[in-house]
Design a protein around this ligand. Structure first.
Ligand code: PHE
Length: 357
């Protein structure tokens, strides 16, 4: 049997030469694993005379401790060396030129949608979504448009080809079907906005066959017309970044609200953009009203218990007014020059604290 000194020298040399954790583990197993050299010697202790055992026992234990310590020390050293090597190789050259400015820009519609989400999130509204291809039920029937009612025609609806025996699907003509989808989930109170694309067969300076709307819906047990007015006036103030909003609610008709109104705000033109709060002109901004009891009932709520308001407005038009674009059509023509002129930096997020635009 090798002398303990020889054994210790042998393992120390191996440990000092080990260059990774795997080799260290192999040395540990060879010396102190179940069948390791030192473990086998420990097992022999039982057969020794008490005198021999008293010498060999502590000697073997001492050897074990020293090899264990040596293994740990070598492991630490290897880890330090690896870290130092990484620090040298992963150095960042801070003298390199900074990254180039991003080339793309955010479309004004995206910018305005983000501004809307920020403003309404601050008032406690969540964002909801629905499909662009809708069925007749969600787009019309549940919204209290009677079957065959002329109001359905005023929307210049695009109909999809009907599958056998089914009512044809439509491209949604407004975001109001998201009211239905949200209420039919059956949970109240509700406070959502639903931005998205809508479609109507129309094409001129201020109409395109696809445009964007944002819907708003609040349902609970006590929300009334006063809340509707306050909420929308606060919204206009935040969106147009002014404290002076003068609004007027003109009676109107929508099948899904009662009473219904259109909201106008006082404004004057400054160049192509508008200044809200002063001047002697009024512009229509949105449609709104108290959700019709029939709609609340169609969605499974009791209109004797639940009530609330809804509103809907054109996002593209808001962008035109705020940022002074005279024509809607270029919004949807991929013209790089238009985007370069009217687009927004993709890195500047709209926020109420740092400013919306
Ligand atoms: N959906 C209506 C439209 O497209 C707008 C609206 C929404 C009016 C909600 C009242 C309430 O004209």
């Amino acid at each position: 049997m090798a002398s303990l000194e020889t054994l210790e020298a042998h393992y120390s040399a191996q440990i000092n030469a080990a260059s990774d954790e795997a080799s260290l583990e192999a040395i540990r197993l060879a010396s102190m694993g179940k069948k390791g050299e030192i473990s086998l010697m420990m097992r022999e202790l039982g057969k020794m005379s008490p005198d021999d055992r008293q010498v060999m026992g502590p000697a073997l234990n001492g050897l074990k401790t020293r090899i264990t310590d040596a293994l740990a020390a070598r492991k630490n050293l290897l880890e330090d060396e690896a870290l130092n090597a990484r620090l040298v190789s992963e150095r960042v050259d801070v003298t390199l030129p900074v990254a180039r400015e991003p080339q793309g820009s955010l479309h004004p519609v995206n910018q305005v949608m983000e501004e809307l989400a920020v403003i309404f999130a601050d008032m406690g509204f969540a964002v909801a979504e629905g499909p662009d291809v809708e069925d007749d039920f969600h787009n019309f029937t549940a919204l209290n448009f009677p079957e065959g009612h002329p109001a359905r025609d005023t929307h210049d609806t695009f109909f999809m080809e009907a599958k056998d025996g089914e009512t044809p699907k439509v491209l949604r003509t407004h975001t109001s079907p998201v009211q239905i989808r949200t209420m039919m989930q059956g949970k109240a109170p509700i406070r959502i906005i639903a931005p998205g694309r809508v479609y109507r067969c129309d094409w001129d300076q201020t109409h395109t066959p696809m445009f964007h709307q944002v819907e708003g819906l609040v349902i609970d047990k006590e929300t009334h017309m006063g809340h509707l007015k306050g909420c929308l006036i606060d919204f206009i103030a935040a969106f147009f970044e002014t404290d002076e909003v003068e609004a007027r609610f003109r009676p109107h008709h929508f099948p899904f609200t009662e009473p219904s109104a259109e909201m106008d705000v006082r404004y004057e033109r400054v160049g192509d953009a508008v200044k809200v709060g002063s001047g002697d002109k009024w512009m229509e901004i949105l449609g709104c009203g108290m959700v019709h009891p029939n709609v609340i009932r169609n969605c499974g709520f009791d209109p004797e218990v639940y009530q609330g308001f809804a509103f809907g407005m054109g996002v593209d038009r808001l962008a035109m007014l705020k940022y002074g674009m005279p024509d809607l059509r270029p919004f949807f023509e991929p013209d790089q020059r238009w985007l370069a002129h009217y687009g927004f930096s993709p890195l500047l997020q709209a926020s109420l604290a740092s400013g919306l635009s």
